[in-house]
Design a protein around this ligand. Structure first.
Ligand SMILES: [Zn+2]
Ligand SMILES: [Zn+2]
Length: 358
């Protein structure tokens, strides 16, 4: 089971680093960053399947607390996502409408202007509270319609730049954004670097129309993190290739290039949902909570058995598993195999009663 390593996340936040943010740096090799990515992937998949944990929408006290924390800058969407084990996008989409009025009230208390929660509050008053920021984002989307009726306009570059930052954090490169939106790469880059104050509303709309899920490829470090997790769970690279590429594949080329197609990434990530790896070196579960573990003790038992004159092929026949389970044993095997080997090693030459198949 993958974990987020909450302590590492906390430590990383305390020291002021951004490891806890989703893929904060492309070149970051910290394990906590990879874990984080994988955890978010797991949450997103659970949401797609519809079996993610429910999130309360009627707990007024909780909503008040979160709204206050966000206006004060002590809580952000990552905290909400972590609290409920949900994806960032999901909590933002479902909770933003619930928090909006609360933000506006709190921003008004902090700096009375009567304009919080509006574009004016963001642009003219310079409020960067969550209420005004949300209004600004909404407005940028609404402009799409205004422009369709022939009202060209300039919009501040801020929210568009943030949208580009979000896309980059989700693994969408600026050349891809440029291609998807039909906006020149130099324009995209000048917006991302905020080297210009305003941008054409038509350009802004096209850029806002690009979403992370539209990108045809993902950064391969995401795919490699998924593959690493699968290997930990007992898959072999050849086993993954057989499942994802073709039944006769022996070498896994996915994740080797800098970018991986979304289709391939999703196919590999879907294996995370399989309860048991599809590889001949791991026999099927022998009881309901049989699991994949390090093969170290199994290998030690095989040595003992070899000394007693029982080779792995013979041992496999004796304990009722495929020869591959012992002959081609990798870093991982199952608790079931270890249990049966232990019994065999205790009395290598006595006939054993074959355990019932699970
Ligand atoms: Zn990092
Ligand atoms: Zn405000």
């Amino acid at each position: 089971m993958m974990t987020v390593r909450p302590l590492l996340v906390a430590a990383s936040r305390a020291e002021g680093s951004d490891h806890w943010r989703l893929r904060h740096g492309r070149s970051c090799t910290a394990a906590v960053c990879a874990d984080r990515q994988l955890e978010m992937e797991r949450r997103r998949r659970a949401e797609q399947r519809g079996d993610a944990a429910p999130v309360p929408t009627d707990d007024e006290a909780l909503l008040d607390d979160v709204a206050a924390g966000m206006v004060a800058g002590t809580i952000d969407w990552y905290d909400v996502a972590d609290r409920f084990g949900r994806s960032l996008g999901w909590v933002r989409d479902s909770w933003e409408p619930l928090l909006m009025t609360r933000w506006v009230v709190l921003e008004e208390q902090r700096a009375p202007s009567g304009r919080h929660g509006t574009v004016h509050g963001y642009v003219k008053d310079g409020c960067r509270g969550p209420g005004c920021a949300a209004a600004m984002k909404d407005d940028s989307r609404r402009r799409r319609r205004a422009v369709a009726y022939g009202r060209p306009a300039l919009v501040p570059v801020g929210p568009i730049g943030e949208h580009l930052d979000d896309l980059a954090a989700a693994g969408v490169g600026m050349p891809t954004v440029s291609r998807q939106a039909g906006v020149a790469l130099s324009t995209v880059q000048s917006i991302r670097s905020r080297s210009r104050p305003m941008v054409q509303a038509t350009t802004a709309d096209r850029l806002l129309g690009v979403s992370a899920s539209m990108a045809a490829t993902v950064d391969s470090s995401d795919t490699r993190a998924v593959i690493a997790e699968l290997l930990l769970r007992g898959w072999t690279k050849a086993g993954i290739a057989r499942q994802v590429v073709s039944p006769g594949a022996t070498v896994l080329h996915i994740g080797v290039r800098p970018r991986t197609s979304r289709a391939n990434h999703d196919a590999v990530a879907a294996l995370l949902d399989r309860p048991w790896p599809g590889t001949p070196s791991l026999p099927a579960p022998m009881w309901p909570d049989d699991r994949v573990v390090s093969s170290e003790s199994a290998k030690a038992l095989l040595l003992l058995l070899a000394e007693a004159g029982v080779n792995p092929r013979r041992a496999a026949a004796r304990i009722g598993v495929d020869a591959d389970a012992l002959v081609a044993m990798g870093e991982r095997t199952t608790l079931g195999v270890i249990g049966r080997l232990r019994r065999l090693a205790a009395a290598p030459h006595q006939p054993i009663v074959r355990p019932r198949a699970a």
